[in-house]
Write a new protein. Sequence first.
Length: 284
Amino acid sequence: MIFEEIKPFIRHAGQMTGFSNNESETLKSYDNCVIYILSGGGSVAIENETFKMNKGSVLMWRAGMAYRFSFEEKTSYIIVHFDFTNEKRITNSFKITAESPDVFNHERITDRSVFDDYPEFNSVIYSKSARTLEEYFFGIVSEFKKPKNHMNMRAGAKMIIILTELSSAFNFETSTKSNDKVDEIIEYIHEHYTQELTNSDIAKHFNFHPQHINKIIRRKTGYSLHKYVIMRRISKAIDLLETTKMPIAEISDNVGFQNICHFSRYFKEFMGSNPSSYRKITKK
């Protein structure tokens, strides 16, 4: 599959507390996992590699990989169990308990997705600091604290944002200077998405050719430059639809769309429903 085909299904999410300076037992999960550190720190061992975890650190690993936590006392973290697609949401919609490697049954793995364009997602994704994602992790957890109709649609939307941002943690074969420039471009988009923002405008601001800037953004995020800008606008629109009574036309204008028709078309492309329908079903 390719990255743009993901439709995450969140099986379980929760906020947890660490192990008081003791290591957890080694486990394997039947679905994919991602962990975000809220406070404290320590390390997580995935197979034969150990990752240092501090406040704001994120680590994602695939189903069937052995993992072990070693956290400082009172470390707080969020862990999410998920599939990249919703193919198993009917038969496996409940939390599936992880098991020790000696009894783990690989035939029960829920998600065997293989990415052709982003092979990094076939293994481990690690970011030392991704605090901008904290609100989305909390948002997913809140869906499981007070379950409502269509909770997985809302949680899945937030997971798309998390996975898209995590893709920027990949170590591409580019110089540090080039990676710094891409980060500058992404930060520029995050700050100016409410304005009229074309590929040519962004390229001109950074003295790049539009085709080149599109290429490096695609490599960094999994989306073309144009779609990344749209994705940023949609993510903010989702928040306004869920948390305010602001008219849809006003939301469209606030997040940078030229008109409500463009907003509705792109929203449906990303979310599978138009903004008004999304608001109705997520408010139930």
